[in-house]
Ligand binder design. Structure first.
Ligand SMILES: *Cc1c(COP(=O)(O)O)cnc(C)c1O
Length: 400
């Protein structure tokens, strides 16, 4: 099942035309160091055994697959199943790559983790990993996001991280990335930059995919155990694309399994109203790699909008741009409204409150079930919705 995974990226980190590493010269040796260390460690049984131990005894893996009986019934048509990353420690898939990045840092002799965070989910996962390994952790976050996502700021501080407030520009994710990168450049000898998805310069898109593929490997085996055959459709929401690559990795060599990525359509198809990068983006570059990007009339990354802050990115992982081009994965969208409807339905009918990000793929499954009678759909429930309940109920109430 690793035929595809071995085929990309190439040595320079390209998935076809996408990816690479367009770094400022001072960072080139540091990324080479990361690349070399990962090449070595990804083949080391000590590293892989450490990771296996952490997955089982700290994260609580394997996470189960649940058959969503009631949701399947009201949707009509296909049977819907969910891989439960909401049951992974800290409540989302992000810890899968954060623990591995921290383990990599430890093996490289680093003592500190640095990253940016938007809504704070990546910051919390990385701060958790830093605490586990007894490392320092520095998280950069825009002042606007700090106000909006205060509970995650509290969590990061409890976990022992330093939260650096960024007051430049729009004071959100993009400025936080610039600030974190600047700080990292000054201390790259002792720190590792912990990227939060399958994005950024090589080797991160490949490495984060490898760290997330545990989701797809578990899911393939579990689904076969439950049903004696593979699912017909496999689907995940796509922000940067890490939870999707993780699940897809388990099925990508199974040509009869359809793969679907679901992007956030926000409030409309107008530029600025959504964050559907693959659907509406153009070939460009962002944060030191080539990919599809949503751009404004000046060719700059466009403002993006979605109810799910974890999907709020004008770029996308280079491997998704590649899989879109090859046609192996079909990319589609779900709107804020569809995601909200799905959020209420899966909560009240299944007893699972999903993250708003994950609600996008739930919406896809409910929609596609009708078009696929007798088939099975496996979705990645990437995270739990505790972080979203105040916002949802204060803004939209309790649903029908
Ligand atoms: C961050 C996040 C996402 C989006 O990130 P990907 O890299 O696209 O997976 C999706 N779901 C949850 C719960 C998240 O926290």
């Amino acid at each position: 099942m690793t035929k595809y995974l071995k085929s990309v990226p190439n040595r320079e980190g390209f998935f076809g035309d996408y990816g690479g590493a367009m770094l400022p010269p001072p960072l080139i040796p540091h990324f080479k160091e990361i690349s070399d260390a990962y090449d070595r460690l990804s083949k080391s049984s000590e590293f892989l055994n450490d990771l296996k131990y952490i997955r089982k005894h700290f994260q609580g893996r394997p996470t189960p697959i649940s058959y969503l009986k009631n949701l399947s019934k009201i949707s009509g048509g296909a049977q819907i199943y969910a891989k439960r990353e909401d049951l992974n420690h800290t409540g989302a898939h992000k810890l899968n790559h954060c623990m591995a990045e921290a383990l990599l840092a430890k093996h490289m002799g680093k003592t500190k983790l640095i990253a940016e965070t938007g809504a704070g989910q990546h910051g919390v996962a990385l701060a958790t990993a830093a605490a586990y390994f007894g490392m320092e952790c520095e998280i950069h976050m825009g002042a606007v996001d700090i106000k909006k996502e205060y509970p995650n700021v509290v969590r990061m501080k409890l976990l022992g991280a330093t939260v650096v407030e960024v007051n430049e520009g729009a004071q959100t994710l993009k400025e936080a990335v610039d600030s974190a990168f600047g700080s990292y450049m000054g201390q790259a000898d002792k720190a590792l930059f912990g990227i939060g998805s399958v994005v950024g310069p090589h080797p991160f898109p490949m490495m984060v995919r490898d760290f997330q593929k545990i989701v797809g490997m578990e899911a393939r085996e579990q689904f076969l155990d439950m049903n004696g055959e593979l699912p017909d459709l496999v689907a995940a929401c796509v922000g940067g694309g890490s939870n999707a690559m993780g699940l897809f990795a388990g099925f990508i060599d199974d040509e009869d399994v359809e793969l679907h990525g679901v992007e956030p359509l926000g409030t409309s198809t107008k530029m600025g109203d959504h964050a559907a990068t693959i659907t509406y983006g153009v070939d460009s570059a962002i944060h030191a790699f080539k990919t599809l990007v949503l751009v404004d009339e000046n060719g700059e990354p466009a403002p993006v909008n979605t109810i799910a802050s974890g999907l709020d990115y004008p770029g996308v992982g280079p491997e998704h741009a590649y899989l879109h081009k090859t046609g192996r994965v079909n990319y589609t969208t779900a709107s804020d409204k569809e995601a909200l409807d799905a959020f209420y339905k899966i909560s009240s009918k299944e007893g699972i409150i999903p993250a708003l990000e994950s609600a996008h793929v739930v919406a896809f499954a409910m929609r596609e079930a009708k078009n696929h009678p007798g088939k099975t759909i496996l979705i990645n429930l990437s995270g739990r919705g505790d972080k979203d309940i105040d916002f949802v109920t204060e803004t939209y109430g309790f649903g029908e």
